[in-house]
Design a protein around this ligand. Structure first.
Ligand SMILES: CC(C)(COP(=O)(O)OP(=O)(O)OC[C@H]1O[C@@H](n2cnc3c(N)ncnc32)[C@H](O)[C@@H]1OP(=O)(O)O)[C@@H](O)C(=O)NCCC(=O)NCCS
Length: 438
C-alpha cells in the first residue's frame, strides 16, 4: 500500500522500523493503565517493529498521521499466525494495539484501517481474523464473539500445599535454555490435542520468546522446566516476569504423558508462591494469589480442586470468517471424521443453512462433503436450519451448542429433525484454548 490521502489533512500509510519510538509512545499513552503498563506496552511495540519476529514485519502496523506535522493520530496492526481447527492448521490475522487519539475518535479512522488489514489478511490467505478486545466494538467490523478467551482459576496463600516436616521438594523448577525447547514444542503440540481451536507454537515462536522478545514486553512469558530428582524433564510452564492484578499468572502448564499432575503440581504452586513474593518485593507491590490462566478446563484445575476456589469464566475472542465456504472447505477432513465416528456414518443429504440474508449449502454423499457454497434463502426455500446474524460462527468454532444458541436466540432454529441431528454431529460444543502469538 502506498500512502493514501484520507482527506482532512490525514494520510494512511504502513509503518516502518523508524516509527518504533513514536508508535511505542503512542500505544503506551493510549492503552497503558499505569507507568509499568506503559513500559510494557512500549516494549511490545518496539519488539514488533525493531526486532526480528517470526511472523510480524516492521510494516505490519497501519498508521494514520497528520500530513503537515507527521503526528500519529491512529494506528493498529496485524499479527499473522497459524491456528488449528481439530488439528487442521489455518492462517489467522490478529489485529492488535488498536487506538486513536481522543480528538480524532468517531471519524471512522479505525474502520478504515480494519478495511486495510482485512485486505492484507486476505492476501496472506488467512481464513479468519481474531481479536481480543473491548466489549461490542469489533462486531461493527464483522466479528462475532465465538471462542473462549482467558478462563482462569485462582488460589490464595492458604491454598499453597505445605511440605511435610523434613520433606524435600521432589521436583526441581529451573529456567529453560535453548536445549529444552524441542521438549517444550513437543509437549505443547501434544497438549493441543485437548482443544478444538488452538494456536500453533512451533520452535520459531518459543525461540523468539526465549531469545529475542524483551522480558518487559507485556506479552512475554518466561519458560520454566520441571525436572525430577534424576534431572529428567517432566514438564514446563510459563509466566510473565511480573505480577498480574493480585499475583503471579501461569500460562501453558503441561506435563509429559504418564506424569501425575497430582504429584507434580504442589511443587509448582510452592514455586509460584515464592516467585510471586519475589516479584512483589522487587516491584513494591503485594502478591496475594497464584493463578492458572488455562481456559475453562485443564488438568491442573482437577489436580488442585478446591485449592483454586476462584473461578473466572472466560471472556471471548472476536472471530471473523470472511469466506465461510472457504473455511468449511478447508476443515472438511475434520467434519467428515466427526460424521464417520457418529450415528450418521455414511450420511448423504443436503443441508441448507440460512443466515436469513444469505446462507450456506452443504451437500454430502456417503459421508463425504462434496459441495460447500454460498446459498440464498428464498420464500418457499428457507433452508433446513437458521442462524441470525453471525451466530453460526459460534457453532462452527464449537463455542456454543445448537441448543444453547436456540436458547439464546429464538430465531435460531431448525426446520427438520435430520438437519438438527447432522449439524449437532458436524459442529459439537468442544473445549478450546488459544495462546496466541503476540
Ligand atoms: C475504541 C477506539 C479504538 C475507536 O477508535 P475510532 O477511531 O474512534 O473508531 P472509528 O471512528 O473508526 O469507529 C467506527 C465506529 O465505531 C463507533 N465507536 C467508536 N468507539 C466505540 C466504542 N468504544 N464502542 C462502540 N462503538 C464505538 C463509532 O461511532 C463508529 O461508528 P459508525 O461507523 O457507525 O459511525 C478509540 O476510542 C480508542 O482508541 N480507545 C482507547 C483505546 C481502546 O480502547 N482501544 C481498543 C482496545 S481493544
Amino acid at each position: 500500500m502506498n500512502a493514501k490521502k484520507l482527506g482532512n489533512g490525514l494520510i494512511l500509510r504502513r509503518s516502518t522500523a523508524a516509527d518504533a519510538d513514536l508508535l511505542a509512545d503512542f500505544n503506551a499513552q493510549i492503552h497503558g493503565d499505569d507507568e509499568l503498563d506503559r513500559i510494557r506496552l512500549a516494549a511490545w511495540t518496539r519488539d514488533l517493529l525493531a526486532k526480528p519476529h517470526p511472523t510480524f514485519h516492521a510494516d505490519d502496523f497501519t498508521v494514520v498521521a497528520e500530513v503537515e506535522t507527521g503526528r500519529i493520530v491512529s494506528t493498529l496492526n496485524l499479527i499473522s499466525q497459524t491456528w488449528t481447527y481439530a488439528g487442521i492448521p489455518f492462517g489467522v490475522g490478529r489485529p492488535e494495539l488498536v487506538g486513536t487519539l481522543p480528538e480524532y475518535r468517531n471519524r471512522g479512522l479505525v474502520r478504515t484501517q480494519f478495511d486495510e488489514i482485512h485486505k492484507w489478511s486476505a492476501e496472506r490467505g488467512e481464513l479468519a481474523q481474531a481479536i481480543t478486545g473491548i466489549p461490542y466494538y469489533y462486531r461493527l467490523f464483522g466479528y462475532e464473539m465465538a471462542l473462549d478467551l482467558s478462563g482462569r482459576r485462582l488460589g490464595y496463600e492458604t491454598h499453597v500445599p505445605k511440605l511435610k516436616e523434613g520433606e524435600k521438594e521432589k521436583f526441581i523448577i529451573r529456567p529453560a535454555v535453548n536445549d529444552d525447547l524441542q521438549f517444550v514444542v513437543e509437549l505443547y503440540a501434544e497438549a493441543q490435542k485437548r482443544y478444538t481451536l488452538s494456536c500453533v507454537r512451533a520452535m520459531d515462536i518459543f525461540e523468539y520468546e526465549l531469545n529475542v522478545q524483551s522480558r518487559d514486553n507485556i506479552g512475554h512469558k518466561d519458560i520454566l522446566i520441571i525436572e525430577n530428582e534424576q534431572g529428567e524433564r517432566l514438564g514446563y510452564f510459563q509466566h510473565p516476569d511480573f505480577l498480574g492484578m493480585t499475583g503471579i499468572v501461569v500460562f501453558g502448564y503441561e506435563l509429559k504423558p504418564g506424569t501425575s499432575w497430582l504429584a507434580v503440581t504442589p511443587s509448582v504452586v510452592r514455586y509460584l508462591w515464592q516467585r510471586g513474593q519475589e516479584f512483589a518485593k522487587r516491584d513494591h507491590r503485594t502478591s496475594t494469589s497464584f493463578c492458572f490462566l488455562l481456559g475453562s478446563d485443564h488438568p491442573v484445575y482437577q489436580a488442585l480442586g478446591n485449592a483454586l476456589p476462584v473461578v473466572n469464566e472466560p471472556y471471548a475472542w472476536y472471530i471473523r470468517v470472511p469466506d465461510l465456504p472457504a473455511f468449511i472447505h478447508h476443515v472438511t477432513p475434520a467434519l467428515e471424521k466427526r460424521l464417520e465416528d457418529s450415528i450418521a456414518v455414511g450420511y448423504s443429504g443436503e443441508l441448507k443453512i440460512s443466515f436469513y440474508k444469505d446462507g450456506l449449502r452443504l451437500a454430502f454423499e456417503k459421508g463425504k462433503l462434496k459441495e460447500v457454497e454460498s446459498w440464498k434463502p428464498e420464500s418457499g426455500d428457507d433452508g433446513s436450519a437458521a442462524f441470525p446474524g453471525l451466530t453460526f460462527i459460534q457453532l462452527l468454532f464449537g463455542y456454543r451448542s445448537f441448543e444453547e444458541l436456540h436458547h439464546a436466540f429464538a430465531d435460531c432454529f431448525w426446520e427438520d429433525n435430520e438437519a438438527r441431528v447432522v449439524l449437532k454431529i458436524l459442529f459439537p460444543k468442544r473445549l478450546s484454548d488459544v495462546f496466541p502469538v503476540a
